[in-house]
Write a protein that binds this ligand. Sequence first.
Ligand SMILES: [Zn+2]
Length: 458
Amino acid sequence: MPSYICHILPILCVLVFPALFTQEQPKLLLVSFDGFRWDYIYKAKTPNFSYIIQNGVHVKQVTNIFITKTFPNHYTLSTGLYAENHGIVANEMYDSVLNKTFSMNNLEIYDSFWWEEAYPIWVSNQMQGYKSGAAMWPGTDVKIHGMFPSHYMTYNGSVSFEYRINQLIKWFKSEQAINIGLLYWEEPDETGHMVGPDDPKMKKVIADIDSKLGYLIVQLKTEGLWDKLNVIITSDHGMAEVLQDRIIELDQYIDREMYTLVDHTPVVAILPKEGKMEEVYKALVHAHPNMTVYKKEEIPDHFHYKHNSRIQPIFAVVDNGWALLQNKSDGFLLGNHGYDNTLQDMHPIFVAYGPAFKKNYFKETMESVDLYPLMCHILGISPLPNNGSINRVLDLLDSTDPSSQTKATDSYSWVLGAVFGIVIVAVFLVIFIKQVTLSQLHTVQVPQSEMTQPLLEG
Ligand SMILES: [Zn+2]
């Protein structure tokens, strides 16, 4: 082999082969701490949140979708759609066509029917040939469009955070590794409802969430995933302080016989009994200065909460910090959410770390519908039509990371790299075969000449 090839080949191989074989599939872990209001990190010591913020990105407030409740917002995070488009319009729903009800705390949530107006990210990820894993994320234990996540857990609130993260790590490291994992944790929502978001008891819960985040970081580092994985920590909604003297009672204005209460405080979905529509509406529309009542068709466009048969004919929203009950005896929460999504109290936090993200980058706000296109972009999968925009959140990404380039560029460099690599390998093989053949011919000829030599001599 000419000596210059001997020198050039190793250099070319070093340049080309890493591009071909070490470009790992980008990986993403999405974590939701239910009801983690944007400013909770300032209420307690949160060294682990600070660690991610210093080394990654921090979006101060996420504008989530209306209504600011758990199921609608989690389905938005995984679909990029407003509630009227993904169909999970509330935690409590009624479908008048099929006479079916949906309640967050009942088995009806396992009826695929409710979820199939959209394709969540784990379904589209698997349809594109990848594996997904989920630990208790709302909707991930439901068969949607004929599919469960490749790995998932049936919902059980008593399963520890540590167990959930360890399972996800196992799936990220398995032979047929997942590229996306979704993790849900019930706090600080539960305590926020019980004591209110401004109660000093919240400090302990927030510190506990931070230590859970610390456990997650340590485990990912121990398992060698920390620098490979893109980790997003966010939530579905915030929490507002509700006061005892801010309760509006429906019983004061309408007879219970006239309507069915479908969804509850602070955004109340009302289904009037047949022929009672106008009567119920008139009784409520000017009933209380802190309550706004809409006929379905009058719900303001900016709520994106109108065009779905699961939205009831009459809809009432109360002002921040108010409760709307049938009667005071119904039970009262010191903290609640569901209110207008433009209120700061309803906004969750967003922090992220990983190869795709910038370091120590701060952004004032983002929309929760943009998370889905952002995740698809990081994973290199095609997003389905959605209400978000990748362009509004591209600034969060490190432009030097290959996974943050556009997909077209990715495919182009991949094809270019592959073609270049194949050419180099082919050239190398041709030269190698030629050299081997020549040397074999040479070694075959030598004994012949050696054998013939004595004969000639003799
Ligand atoms: Zn809640």
